[in-house]
Design a protein around this ligand. Structure first.
Ligand SMILES: NC(=O)c1ccc[n+]([C@@H]2O[C@H](COP(=O)([O-])OP(=O)(O)OC[C@H]3O[C@@H](n4cnc5c(N)ncnc54)[C@H](OP(=O)(O)O)[C@@H]3O)[C@@H](O)[C@H]2O)c1
Length: 359
C-alpha cells in the first residue's frame, strides 16, 4: 500500500489528540500537517496543546515540533501538502459545513468526526463493517461540488457505535422496534474528572442533541442509495434516552428489540459470531479480528475490563435474554473515543484508501 500524507484539523482537541496517537506508527498514513483555531496557529504542537494533553500515551515525538496551522486561513496550503485530512473541530455547525466543503473543493478529501454533514444527502455516514456500499454516493457528491478527488465522508455519533453493530445483522428478521438507553462516558464531552469534577459520583440525565442523533443516525446508516442521495429507512422505530455517567471512556447501551419474525437466541448469537465486513476481509490495519464479542457471564461485559478490546475497535455484547414487552433485551459497549471517534474515522479512511479514493 502507498503511504499517504495526512492532516489533522482540530489536532489540539480531545479527538485530534487521539488521531495523533493512533496515526503515530500507522503503516499507510503519515501525519505531515496539523491545524486548529487561530489561538493555536503559529505555535508548535507541544506549545499549542500546553497542559491540555488528555491521553495516557504521550504526544508523538515526531509531531511535537510541527507548527500548527490555521484551519481556515491555511486551507489552500494544507490541501496542497496532504492527500486527505481528518477533521474534528469545535465550531458552529454552519462554520464546520463551510470548512469541510472548502477542503473538499480544494481537492482534499475530508474524513470527518463532526456532526455537521451527517444528514447531507450525498455525504456518506460510514460504519465500515455495515454500510461500505454508501461510499459510492461520493461520485454524486463530487459532481455537486465540482471536484475531481475532493469529497466529505463522516462517521456516525459515538452513542450508536455500540448498538447499531449488534442490531445490523439482525435486521434480516424484520427488526421493527428498538428502545436503547445509553450510559455515556465523560470523554464524549471532551472532558475528564479533573476538567469536570461535578461528574464524580454523579449522573446527568441530559446530553444535548444526543437522543435525536441516536434515533435518526441508524436510519441513514441502514439507508439506501436512490439516485444522488442516501434515503433513510423507515423501520425500525427507535426511541432512546441518553445519560452521562461517571466513567472516563466507554459508552454502554441497554437495548430492547422486537422483530416481525422473532429469531431464536441461538440464531442471534450465531449472527453476532459470524458478523464481519470489508475491514475484516481486506485485513485493514485498524480492523478488529472479531467485530462483536459476546460474553456469556451475567456480569459482563464491563466498561473498565472490555472497552479496550481489540485496541478499542471491537464491540462487546452480553446479557441476551427474552423480554416481557419486547422480543429480546441485551447490553452493548464500545470505546467512544476509539471505535466511536478517532479509531472509527481511521478505519473509514483505511477503507477509502484500500478502494483507491485517495489516489
Ligand atoms: N469527544 C468525542 O468522543 C467525540 C466523539 C465523536 C465526535 N466528536 C466531535 O469531534 C469534534 C471535536 O470534539 P473534541 O471533543 O475533540 O473537542 P475539543 O477537545 O473541544 O477540541 C476542539 C478542537 O477544535 C478546534 N477549534 C475550535 N475553534 C476553532 C476554529 N474557530 N477554527 C479551527 N479550529 C477550531 C480547537 O482548536 P484550539 O485548541 O486552537 O482551540 C480544537 O483543536 C466535535 O465536533 C465533536 O462533536 C467528539
Amino acid at each position: 500500500m502507498k503511504n499517504y500524507k495526512v492532516g489533522i484539523i482540530g489536532a489540539t482537541g480531545m479527538v485530534g489528540q487521539r488521531f495523533a496517537v493512533l496515526l503515530e506508527n500507522h503503516p499507510w498514513f503519515t501525519v505531515t500537517a496539523l491545524a486548529a483555531s487561530p489561538r493555536s496557529a503559529g505555535k508548535t504542537y507541544r506549545e499549542a496543546v500546553g497542559g491540555r494533553w488528555l491521553l495516557d500515551k504521550p504526544m508523538p515525538k515526531d509531531m511535537e515540533n510541527i507548527v500548527v496551522m490555521d484551519a481556515t486561513a491555511d486551507i489552500e496550503k494544507i490541501s496542497s501538502e496532504v492527500d486527505f485530512v481528518f477533521c474534528a473541530v469545535d465550531m458552529k455547525k454552519d462554520e464546520i459545513k463551510a470548512l469541510e466543503e472548502a477542503y473538499a473543493k480544494h481537492e482534499c478529501p475530508v474524513m470527518s468526526n463532526n456532526s455537521a454533514h451527517r444528514f447531507t444527502d450525498d455525504v456518506p455516514m460510514i460504519i465500515p463493517e455495515i454500510n461500505p456500499r454508501h461510499m459510492e454516493i461520493v461520485q454524486a457528491q463530487k459532481r455537486r461540488l465540482g471536484t475531481k478527488r475532493g469529497f466529505i465522508s463522516v462517521k456516525s455519533n459515538c452513542s450508536i457505535q455500540s448498538y447499531v453493530p449488534a442490531l445490523s445483522p439482525l435486521r434480516k428478521y424484520g427488526l421493527n422496534k428498538v428502545l436503547a438507553c445509553t450510559y455515556q462516558a465523560i470523554s464524549g464531552a471532551g472532558k475528564n474528572f479533573e476538567t469536570w469534577p461535578e461528574m464524580v459520583d454523579n449522573l446527568i440525565p441530559f446530553i444535548g442533541g444526543e437522543e435525536e442523533k441516536s434515533e435518526q443516525e441508524p436510519l441513514k446508516v441502514w439507508g439506501n442509495i436512490e439516485g444522488d442521495r442516501i434515503v433513510k429507512v423507515t423501520r425500525p422505530s427507535i426511541t432512546t434516552q441518553c445519560l452521562r455517567v461517571p466513567v472516563t471512556d466507554g459508552h454502554f447501551a441497554a437495548v430492547f428489540a422486537s422483530f416481525d419474525n422473532k429469531p431464536s437466541k441461538e440464531e442471534i448469537l450465531q449472527c453476532w459470531k459470524e458478523f464481519k465486513g470489508e475491514p475484516q476481509d481486506l485485513r485493514l490495519p485498524s480492523a478488529p479480528g472479531q467485530f462483536i464479542h459476546y460474553f456469556e457471564e451475567d456480569n459482563m461485559p464491563q466498561t473498565k475490563l472490555h472497552r479496550n478490546l481489540e485496541n478499542g475497535m471491537a464491540v462487546s455484547v452480553g446479557r441476551l435474554r427474552e423480554d416481557t414487552q419486547y422480543d429480546y433485551k441485551f447490553v452493548c459497549l464500545s470505546h467512544n473515543t476509539l471505535r466511536g471517534a478517532a479509531g472509527g474515522a481511521v478505519l473509514m479512511a483505511e477503507l477509502y484508501a484500500a478502494k483507491g479514493y485517495f489516489d
